[in-house]
Design a protein around this ligand. Structure first.
Ligand code: ASP
Ligand code: MG
Length: 479
């Protein structure tokens, strides 16, 4: 059994919705669909919510109207009149609930995370309802299931963490019986429920994560992420014209790619699949017969497969005169980062220099303010702190290649030939990625030369890759 997830663009209008339904029906057996809200609807819901909180009725109404128009378009694609009218009634009810929620927000004059989660859930609920109806219109038995009854989470509204055991129980009650009865189950992506029963969300773009969580909960054979790009690419195609689809990546490679900025998968998506050993395939609804990228364990290739850049980061270096102070000083830094909710991209020690280097997510306060806070936490400890804004981390990803002796030297040589200044570099034996830190404005050229030097054009691989020609020859270009 497959779990097939369709993102916002793949359900963006009546034609895309029918195409996604058609793709689902080409697969044998009875399968689960997970759908995002119609493209743009989540943003419109948030816009309406913020407008309601600010008492801006005109903006609220404009956003609500835009949502109605998008939904009317999808409803218009349902040919059978009885099914269409029934579905219209269900959508009218969801729209009424949306209005009531916006009224609540207007009364509270505030869009809190809990209300916001319930508000945005209307997007996914509407789409699941319309997708199930579209499948019935195409002659299939199908039912919509709202996962704020199924996907258990904690109560961190806006970015909730899943509770797999309870999810498994709920899925056994609310999903499996439908599948056994031969019905395609259309689940809402993105949403779950907190211990108090209120609706939660998994964070923006969280529908992919829903798909792997649900896949693990019902022991799916494969999770398919149907999207608007043809798979994971060897680089950002807007930056590197020879970027191409990677046919296969390991779990570790996929996680490194997501961590270092490849936007294809929500970073947490892969974790439930890894635990359950379920392959995840990324496919395009615009080119449905292409093989896409499969993410699965093993399959090391001894090749660098992709390069990515994460920009807008900060590099913080801590230098202590006495080695004994390093642990204390580092602990103060970690503490300050934790307090200020700054994400650590990487942390590294150079013991000879008694220094620690931290690569951090953008500091909301900027370097100066943060360094000041840090000095306070350091107390009596003597330490030199350097903080550089606007740096980028460039990663070269490939399990079995990134950790071989000489690989980092080769990467640095390629960058040095192109005169890309390298501020820091790291390679760890356990990692599927090598990482260099470069100034932000050198990131694009770094990615380009790393791709040229270590990955090469599709043609190079076609020559050396023999049989894999078909898949590797799939060059992706934007525009
Ligand atoms: N609709 C949600 C969003 O736009 C979730 C998703 O599409 O994955 O963030
Ligand atoms: Mg998405």
């Amino acid at each position: 059994m497959l779990v097939m997830k369709y993102g916002g663009t793949s359900v963006g209008d009546a034609r895309r919705v029918r195409e996604s339904a058609r793709i689902t029906l080409t697969k044998p057996g009875t399968n689960v669909m997970v759908v995002s809200a119609c493209g743009g609807v989540t943003n419109l819901l948030l816009e309406a919510g913020n407008a309601a909180a600010n008492g801006d009725d005109a903006t609220r109404q404009r956003a609500v109207n835009a949502i109605h128009t998008k939904h009317a378009n999808v409803l218009g694609g349902i040919g059978d009149e009885t099914i269409r009218l029934q579905t219209q009634t269900a959508i009218d009810q969801l729209h009424a609930s949306l209005d009531a929620t916006l009224d609540d927000i207007a009364t509270a004059q505030e869009l809190c995370a809990k209300r916001s989660d319930f508000l945005v859930s209307h997007g996914e609920k509407s789409m699941a309802t319309m997708m199930a109806a579209t499948l019935r219109d195409m002659g299939e038995q199908a039912v919509a299931v709202f996962t704020d009854q199924v996907l258990a989470t904690d109560d961190r509204h806006g970015s909730a963490r899943p509770q797999p055991e309870l999810t498994r129980e709920r899925a056994a009650e609310r999903i499996l019986p439908h599948l056994q009865a031969g019905e395609t189950v259309v689940c809402t992506g993105f949403i779950g429920f907190a211990p108090d029963g209120s609706t939660t969300t998994l964070g923006r773009g969280g529908s992919d994560y829903s798909a792997t969580l649900l896949g693990a909960a019902i022991d799916a054979d494969e999770v398919q992420i149907w999207t608007d790009v043809p798979g994971m690419l060897s680089a950002d195609p807007r930056k590197v014209s020879t970027a191409r689809v990677i046919p296969e990546v390991t779990y570790d490679e996929a996680q490194e790619l997501a961590h270092f900025g490849a936007k294809v998968l929500h970073p947490r998506t892969i974790r439930p699949a890894v635990k359950a050993g379920i392959p995840v395939r990324i496919l395009s609804t615009f080119q449905p017969t292409n093989a896409g990228t499969v993410v699965r364990p093993g399959g090391q290739s001894q090749r660098i497969k992709a390069t990515t850049a994460l920009k807008g980061l900060t590099m913080l270096t801590l230098d202590v005169p006495e080695l004994e102070d390093l642990a204390g000083a580092s602990s103060a830094v970690f503490h300050a980062l934790h307090e200020n909710r700054v994400e650590i991209i990487s942390a590294q020690q150079a013991s000879s220099r008694r220094a620690m280097t931290f690569i951090l997510d953008t500091l909301a306060s900027g370097c100066e303010v943060f360094v000041e806070k840090l000095r306070v936490s350091l107390g009596d400890l003597e330490a030199d702190i350097t903080c550089v804004d606007d740096i980028a981390v460039v990663a070269a990803v490939g399990e079995g290649a990134a950790n071989t002796p000489g690989a980092l030297a080769q990467l640095l040589a390629v960058l040095s030939r192109a005169n890309v200044p390298v501020l820091n570099s790291s390679q760890q034996s356990s990692n599927a990625a090598m990482v260099v830190v470069v100034p932000g404005d050198a990131a694009d050229s770094a990615v380009q030369v790393v791709h040229d030097g270590l990955i090469g054009s599709a043609r190079t691989h076609r020559r050396s890759g023999g049989r894999r020609r078909d898949v590797l020859g799939e060059t992706y270009r934007v525009g």
